[in-house]
Design a protein around this ligand. Sequence first.
Ligand code: ADP
Length: 178
Amino acid sequence: MVTAVYPGSFDPITNGHLDIITRAYALFDKLIVGIYDRPDKQMLFSVEERVALAREAMANFHGVRVKSYSGLTVDFIRKEGGRAMIRGLRMNSDFEAEFEIAAMNKKLAPDIELVCLMASSEYQCLSSRLIKEVASLGGSLKGLVPEHVAVALSNRLAGVELEASTQRASRRNKISQQ
Ligand code: ADP
């Protein structure tokens, strides 16, 4: 039984992330999506909101769990009994950043293997950062993020709190994942 963890900030989750999750889940017995609570960059959504949006996006992904974490990613992976850390690679800049982090993680946790999946061609240029920029300029996010994420983005950018329905859906998923 091999468990993998897919860590990231997921601010918010996109169809590019979901593509990696679908493909990684086909390779491992158990997959945990780890949402880092305080990345070293400005977040649009709180960690609770990022978890709620991810859980709702994964309502049909039975067996994939979403959890938030703080501290070292390798410590979280160990705590969850993970053997592999999943990352997605889009372009050269992703490779350089991942290579550096991987070297440090290997020193900290030699038992955890990094598994990088290449982004599918339709999501090569898709990032949470770009999604937020397009949303702030009123562009269409069709095919790039799940519908509830597009709604949450436009509400947040209009200064509205995350939809109660999303929070309800998250509570439902939390209960069904326990
Ligand atoms: P981080 O802040 O850790 O980079 P992200 O949420 O931006 O977190 O991304 C999490 C992981 O998903 C990273 O490995 C990133 O390269 C990957 N990723 C992000 N967007 C895509 C995409 N469109 N296709 C494939 N992988 C992606």
